[in-house]
Design a protein around this ligand. Sequence first.
Ligand code: R1P
Ligand code: URA
Length: 239
Amino acid sequence: MTIHISAKPGEIADFVLMPGDPIRAKVMADKFLQNPVLVNTTRGMAMYTGTYKGVPVTIAASGMGNGSMGIYSYELFQDYGVQNIIRVGTAGAYNPNYKNYAIFNSRDSFGESAYPKIVLGEDKEIIEATPKLFEAIEVTARDLNIPTITGRAHSSDVFYRGDDQMALAKTKGLDVVEMETYSLFTNAQKLHRNAAGLFTISDNLVTGEKTTPEERQNKFDEMFRLALETGVRLNQAKK
Ligand SMILES: O=P(O)(O)O[C@H]1O[C@H](CO)[C@@H](O)[C@H]1O
Ligand SMILES: O=c1cc[nH]c(=O)[nH]1
């Protein structure tokens, strides 16, 4: 048990998928995992452990924002010995050509906070996903014939911004916006573990195309299947 997670030792798998939304965690655990068990209820941050094709998997909500993800991913890596975390979230597109439900695999993330400076002692505005986990997702996607887009995520701490977000996207080469990978990737680097960020495009900031909150909760099967099959690949590679 940690301050924020009530799961007992051994109740969290070493491969973890993290959506922001606790309800999405439940929907996906019910849909994809065999024998899913609710292993955390503290603060309502649902975490389910079960198996997918025989491989142990935990689907754990992160909550919204780098602060929340920073706490949960740190405790999962440090206190539960988790090796691989794939964030499975939604993101808004800065590129007008990205369609809703396209899947984006983040090579790296741009953030605007002091998170890496405080955690790593380095002032980095760009933090990489773990290259071998990023690549494992890409290879799996090719095998499954699931198209992905790769690029740079803007991991924003502010949803309702007052600046010219599109100008920032252009200057910094940002393709999509979400809110959790900056702290996740930083913690993975700090603790020498693996992290990746996989998103389903939920809205387009240029064209105004949007999905509904209900769709965001329920319609991300393809991204989850890709993440879960990546877990199967990692498990085979261990043998
Ligand atoms: O759908 P999730 O995974 O929560 O991701 C995105 O949605 C939330 C904002 O609406 C933020 O958490 C952002 O990163
Ligand atoms: O953080 C996010 C996620 C989806 N769409 C956005 O505009 N921002």
